[in-house]
Write a protein that binds this ligand. Sequence first.
Ligand code: NAD
Ligand code: DAU
Length: 333
Amino acid sequence: MKLLVTGGAGFIGSNFIHHILGKYPNYKVVNIDKLTYCGNLDNLEKVENHNNYKFIKCDICDSEKIDEIFEEEKPDFVINFAAETHVDRSILEPYSFTNTNVIGTHVLLETAKKYGIERFLHISTDETYGSINNGKFKEDDILMPNSPYSASKASADLLARSYFKTFSLPVVITRSSNNYGPYQFPEKVIPLFVSNLLENKKIPLYGTGMNIRDWIYVQDNCEGLDAVLHRGDDGEIYNIGGGDEKTNLELTKIILNELGKDESHIEYVEDRLGHDLRYALNIEKVSKIGWQPRHTFEDAIKETIKWYKENKSWWKKLKKEAFSEYYKKQYNK
Ligand code: NAD
Ligand code: DAU
């Protein structure tokens, strides 16, 4: 089997490549990534010389180059992680989200249709549903995205589905909740707060800190993606949630406690525009194809914090090079 993974130099994509190469000795992985500010080949250092791994720098919006890659590589499976992913950036610079998330996905779908593939796994997100005060989202709930990021992801998700309905392209879609774990870019809340505290800086908590996220350890998500890739049904959508709901304040206190810091490090800052209150996923459908999260938040958050403590050079470089300009813009500093 040959897998064409897009966005494999990012957080979930790189964890997924490690998972696949570790579990399936006969699978080949071709990783195509534009290497934007959050694409980082350091995430793949351990596999860069692996016989079954190849990297190609490419923008998924570049239809000519994507065509050449399909022609040359003839992938069996496409797994589309490539995206602009940070909600705050989508408020500041929304066009890049429409380009990559919608146009880029469309280019991949069209090219996959032309060459024929066994499976197109499109990575969507729980944010496409919008916010839910009570209960949990099911796969057939309507999509009510609230940010330019989630609206672009909802558009891509619907385009992917339409290629199954109209052209019988064997598409499967996953919508996962908030991932955490190694190699997450330090603009997302967990690596941002952990790294700031390790540098003895304040941590910017938005609004009241009462927004709720449903956390999933990235390894569990990779196993869920693997299950859907191999055992999901064509044209179907699968929620992949960890079921570990926390308010941002609860999460912050867990991180502070783990790092031996007190609440004076919290800086309550202006809320995110259009900030979704709560995400929560019903995972009955994916559990029917044999997947359940294996990690508890209590254990996996400790492991995650340990990883960021032990890999300071990994995130320090990113914060210095790519993140500082954005941070200045975000807080008008
Ligand atoms: P990330 O921001 O860490 O990585 C995104 C990767 O895509 C980077 O390597 C980047 O260089 C690459 N990329 C961006 N634009 C590209 C383009 N035009 N062409 C080729 N490559 C491009 O993101 P992540 O957190 O790993 O998320 C991966 C996917 O999972 C995204 O589709 C995201 O919407 C989805 N998702 C993420 C989460 C989460 O909690 N992180 C939850 C649900 C769904
Ligand atoms: O739910 C899945 C989504 O999770 C993915 O689709 C997105 O790609 C991913 O970025 C993530 O989106 P969130 O907006 O939920 O993640 P983020 O880490 O940006 O924020 C998590 C919560 O923490 C959110 O309620 C906002 C809050 N927050 C975030 C930052 C960066 C803060 O309070 N302070 C911060 O500095």
